[in-house]
Design a protein around this ligand. Sequence first.
Ligand SMILES: [Fe+2]
Ligand SMILES: [Fe+2]
Length: 127
Amino acid sequence: MFEWQAKLSVGHDPLDQEHQSLLKLMVDFKSKLPESTEAIYQALLELVVASQSHFFHEEELLESLSYGNLQAHKRIHRNLLAKLQDYLKLIKSEDSRELRTEILYFLEAWWMGHIKNVDRRYAPVFS
Ligand SMILES: [Fe+2]
Ligand SMILES: [Fe+2]
């Protein structure tokens, strides 16, 4: 879970590094699963902040390269951020082991899928 692999590379070192840092934050979130509500909230908050800044950087770079699918890609990013904000609120209001597990599996499915299937589609602009 959340392991970096060469097949996840998008062909741009700074973006690959940001993806790796995000995966580390997910490992950190996972390691906080047995801890307090505050600890798990902080771990998720860190991931939300890092995701926001990564999306901004990725979108800015793709825009400068006139990447054709940018609007759809931006929409996908915005939907993820909305979902993560909902999860942050839910942790505050109704934290539970089930909710934490749901978030963990959501992060794995969404992030790994996004890098592999959505981000990798822009790799040709860097080659
Ligand atoms: Fe993306
Ligand atoms: Fe990305």
